[in-house]
Design a protein around this ligand. Structure first.
Ligand code: CMC
Length: 378
């Protein structure tokens, strides 16, 4: 006999715990990190400032910010052995390589087993820097190029582009990358942060939690959407093809990547910043067509707004990366680079008031079957 239970498939609308990290109002399209509006942070702060804010719960003073920036810059390098691991797995998807690199980095982190708040903060900052070095090194290694050593003084976003392309980016390029990291830094208990929390809830370590987060972010329903959006834009080819493309896709029950969200039932507040930047960058680079195609898709999706399906953060991100000459398969690793501080702070909060996360599944399979010896099975 099956007992009646209330199933919460996908844990929709389930509150797992309380948080002081980020607030999302899905009806109003509002996102706060530690009480600060994402619009202010995107326009006025840097990624390093946001890392400090997330990990410490307050905006840094100038001295505190300098302290974090120099600690991060001094810890960006990754050991030669990890570069060798990257070389061994270089033909894999960059997200798989990043997952493997973070796992390998744990072997060289003297804080690895220390779950104290101070160690989590140190490891979170270190990993945010090292993960960028790993992604850039893989990008070069797979092309047969030598990795570029991290720059000693550049900010995190500038340094990432410097390590990718071997030359310092312009201020505009660095700002674009920085805003992108700020917008992706934290988003409450989304699937990858939840995975990181589940791992931390067993009192496992931060590297393991972040490996769980990376593996979870990879899927096209989560961070993988930006790559899928750009592949859709390529398939559409020109703006006038968008309506037919959408009709074919939606009539067959397909999902338009970069649209819809578990929490936002209006426009994702992060999308606004990326939309404007994708438009400007496309014009500056003489390639307005990607923005025009995406705009045509957004127009075609207007009727779905009444069902709560609006554009999300991933929709315009891909066009920006593409215009910065970043290959499509690096889009989701770049999302991960932005999200490292978010995973770290979620783990920090989980440890502060830990209870192992262990939901139930209602068993609906057969019961009490007679065991059949292998030679009698067919
Ligand atoms: N295109 C077409 N229909 C959609 C879409 C979409 N992108 N998203 C949701 N729907 C429909 C869905 O088919 C369902 O319709 P019905 O009730 O008739 O079956 C209804 O809206 C509710 O969808 P759901 O799958 O029950 O909603 P969910 O909260 O479980 O899923 C989601 C949220 C993000 C997985 C989903 O909206 C989706 O698959 N979007 C496309 C992938 C994407 O862009 N992901 C990035 C999310 S934002 C960044 C991040 O967190 O990584």
């Amino acid at each position: 006999m099956t007992t009646q239970v209330e199933l919460k498939r996908g844990l929709k609308d389930v509150y797992l715990d309380r948080t002081t990290v980020s607030f999302i109002d899905g009806e109003m399209g509002k996102l706060l990190y530690r009480g600060y509006d994402i619009h202010d942070l995107a326009e006025k702060s840097t990624f390093e400032e946001v890392i400090y804010l997330l990990l410490n719960g307050k905006l840094p003073t100038r001295t505190e910010l300098r302290g974090l920036e120099s600690f991060m810059a001094a810890n960006r390098a990754i050991p030669q052995q990890v570069l060798q691991v990257i070389d061994i797995v270089k033909t894999a998807h960059p997200m798989d390589v990043l997952r493997t690199a973070v796992s390998a980095l744990s072997a060289f982190d003297s804080d690895v087993a220390d779950n104290s708040p101070e160690a989590i903060k140190r490891k979170g900052i270190r990993l945010a820097g090292q993960a960028a070095t790993a992604v850039a090194a893989h990008y070069r290694i797979r092309q047969g190029l030598r990795p570029v050593l991290p720059h000693e003084t550049l900010g995190h976003a500038s340094n990432f582009l410097y390590m990718m392309f071997g030359k310092e980016p312009t201020q505009d390029e660095a700002k674009l990358m920085d805003v992108d990291f700020v917008l992706h830094a934290e988003h409450s208990t989304n699937a990858s942060a939840f995975a990181a929390r589940v791992t931390a809830s067993t009192l496992s370590d931060l590297h393991s939690a972040i490996v769980s987060g990376i593996g979870t972010l990879k899927g096209p329903l989560h961070g993988g959407a930006a790559e899928a959006v750009m592949s859709m834009a390529h398939d559409i080819g020109k703006p006038e093809n968008a309506p037919t493309y959408l009709r074919n896709m939606l009539d067959h029950g397909g999902r338009v990547m970069g649209f819809g969200h578990r929490v936002y039932k209006t426009e994702d507040p992060r999308a606004r910043h990326l939309r404007e930047r994708a438009r400007t960058l496309g014009q500056q680079r003489g390639h307005p067509e990607w923005f025009q195609i995406l705009q045509a898709v957004e127009s075609g999706m207007v009727p779905y707004q009444r069902r709560g399906i609006w554009v999300n953060v991933d929709f315009y991100a891909g066009a920006i990366y593409h215009l910065l000459n970043i290959p499509d398969d690096l889009f989701v690793p770049i999302f991960a680079l932005g999200r490292v501080p978010g995973w770290a702070v979620q783990v920090l909060e989980q440890y502060e008031n830990n209870q192992i996360i262990r939901p139930l599944l209602q068993y609906v399979g057969p019961m009490n079957l007679p065991y059949v010896p292998i030679e009698q099975r067919h």
